[in-house]
Design a protein around this ligand. Structure first.
Ligand SMILES: *[C@@H]1O[C@H](CO)[C@@H](O)[C@H](O)[C@H]1NC(C)=O
Ligand SMILES: *[C@@H]1O[C@H](CO)[C@@H](O)[C@H](O)[C@H]1NC(C)=O
Ligand SMILES: *[C@@H]1O[C@H](CO)[C@@H](O)[C@H](O)[C@H]1NC(C)=O
Ligand SMILES: *[C@@H]1O[C@H](CO)[C@@H](O)[C@H](O)[C@H]1NC(C)=O
Length: 248
């Protein structure tokens, strides 16, 4: 009886981990049902109750980048360049043994994304192996201002089906810089991009793609994104396996 209950419980946990993964909740991603402080839905759009599912799995694209193309009609957050920001994740999620997380900004309506923070290796875990459901870091002081920037979280999971996750929140940024340069967001496990295997405890798996991400420059005015080199700004964005605090 007891063992049957245990097996049932284990099955339920497995079933849950198959269908629920991770979701950013603040700033509120487009249409996210779990989001906190969300703007009103754009006309014609529906709340996303599948908010923590990947946008690609097993070589199949399930959704486009950002999941949805239509921005929030009003911003999910208003930030000032140089300020500290906190990004929260839903606490019921399945962390898939961590993996590679990036936080990026787009100034051209989602065509290009420049990385502003990375936790590579075991994001969602700290050095003591505790879950981490929020990250606080500084918005670089020289990111341009914009009333229609996109703030994205992207994730390559360490364990399980080979997936790519991406949530996007529309934000206003107050800032005077005209441009910002940093690594281009790394996309893996999405059709047309490289696939990395399950990490199997090697948290450097796929790290070369992050280390070799081209440096791009984004501008306050849309449509001017340029790729300036194919070597990454590793001094500004050192890879790490843990803990995330060294990244802040
Ligand atoms: C939710 O996302 C999964 C992919 O992770 C997909 O297979 C499923 O069809 C989606 N469900 C809905 C209701 O969109
Ligand atoms: C981040 O998460 C930790 C652990 O759950 C919690 O104690 C802390 O208050 C959170 N911090 C913020 C800024 O949300
Ligand atoms: C871990 O993965 C990296 C990147 O693929 C590889 O270079 C390295 O040899 C691997 N380490 C081990 C111990 O397998
Ligand atoms: C967009 O690109 C065109 C052609 O390069 C340029 O003339 C225009 O100024 C750009 N628009 C903005 C808003 O930057």
């Amino acid at each position: 009886m007891r063992s049957m209950f245990c097996r049932l419980a284990a099955l339920m946990v497995m079933a849950t981990s198959v269908w629920t993964h991770m979701s950013m909740i603040t700033p509120c991603p487009r249409y996210n049902s779990l989001g906190v402080g969300c703007p009103a839905l754009p006309p014609g759009q529906a709340i996303d109750y599948n908010e923590s599912s990947p946008i690609a799995s097993g070589g199949v694209a399930l959704q486009p980048f950002c999941k949805y193309a239509t921005p929030w009609p009003t911003p999910a957050a208003r930030w000032t360049a140089g300020q500290s920001i906190t990004v929260d994740f839903a606490e019921y999620g399945s962390e898939h043994d961590g993996g590679m997380c990036e936080w990026s900004l787009s100034y051209d309506n989602g065509k290009s994304f420049v990385v502003i923070n990375r936790v590579l290796g075991r994001c969602f875990f700290d050095a003591q192996n505790n879950y981490v459901f929020n990250y606080t870091f500084t918005l670089p002081a020289n990111v341009p201002g914009s009333d229609s920037a996109i703030f994205a979280w992207s994730w390559v999971n360490a364990m399980g089906n080979r997936e790519f996750y991406m949530n996007c929140a529309d934000v206003v940024i107050d800032g005077t810089s005209e441009s910002f340069s940093g690594p281009q967001m790394t996309v893996l496990n999405y059709p047309g991009y490289p696939t990395v295997p399950e990490f199997m405890g090697n948290y450097s798996t796929g790290l070369e793609y992050y280390n070799n991400a081209p440096t791009i420059t984004v501008y306050a005015k849309a449509n001017q994104t340029t790729t300036t080199s194919t070597t990454t700004a590793m001094t500004a964005y050192p890879p790490q396996s843990s803990p995330p605090s060294t990244m802040t």
